[in-house]
Design a protein around this ligand. Sequence first.
Ligand SMILES: [Zn+2]
Ligand SMILES: [Zn+2]
Length: 191
Amino acid sequence: MRDSAVKMLNDGINPESVAEWKAEQQRKAEDEYLLLSMLGAGGGSHINQSDLDVVAGHPTTPKTPGAGVLDAEVRLKDFASKIEAGTAGSEAEIVHRAGMYAEPGYGVFETIRRDSHQRMAAAKGLNLQELNVLDDGAAHCRAGSFTLSCPQCTAAGWTAIGSLPDVGLRSCGPMCRCHLIFRIAPKDKPT
Ligand SMILES: [Zn+2]
Ligand SMILES: [Zn+2]
């Protein structure tokens, strides 16, 4: 994603080069989200409609951070119009931000990975729990008006699978680098 932003800057910013870049990013995002969803589900044969709904996602609203292809589309459209208008910042900032378009795919991967654990638990009659793990290198977010912060998710400790907000739908949105780990709930300490 960075490379194509550099190419766009070298070619010169004009409506054609921006449109070409935007179309390429959208194709890459869709391709990447599908690949990651197959990885998260444990293979393409395990993909079902709810996974594809996660890939499609939803645009950001004032109350809900967006996810998936639809959100990538909204963000790309906004970014492309800023590049064209010359309000997207310096070239370094444009290249940096373009690099970030690869990141929301991670939330799609984590969401589908959890969904596939939930399906397995339901099929096997298992009582699974989840724990949020913060990334060592991440700058941790703070709680928003409508969103939990990642440190709050971790502070919840081991909790029933599906009870934490999806990675990518917390205060830090698509920048989230957390991951969930799972275990079978201990029989002596039900939660
Ligand atoms: Zn966060
Ligand atoms: Zn996080």
